[in-house]
Design a binder for this molecule. Sequence first.
Ligand SMILES: [Zn+2]
Length: 144
Amino acid sequence: MLNIGVLHEGFVLDHIEAGRSMEIYKYLNLDKFDCCVAIIKNARSNKMGKKDIIKIECPIDQIDLDVLGFIDHNITVNIIKDDAVVEKKRLSLPKEIKNIVKCKNPRCITSIEQELDQIFVLTDEAREIYRCKYCEEKYRRKKK
Ligand SMILES: [Zn+2]
């Protein structure tokens, strides 16, 4: 079991696919936060063989983790408060994602007006399909 004693308040993101922790660090914009982050790469896992873990010490309302559902909804999010796990959050595909991926359609309004938010909407949950809110261009998720 992972020692979470060092975290007073924050998150432990567990069961990250090995090698993807830096990508997640970037998606969550953790470099912009003044919080303590520990990245553990290639931790041994019974379930997965190898996995990555990210520990973030910060006020738990400070970081929006919805994007994780978009990246990989198999990640386990442990929410830590007062030195204990208070909740294991289940991730699901977010209905809408903002400024995470860019529309690839060169004629899309977001390609022309760079200051517009890049918004993609979940249009088919079973097939995990997102479409650009403006031009309906499909976003193709990277498959493992
Ligand atoms: Zn578009």
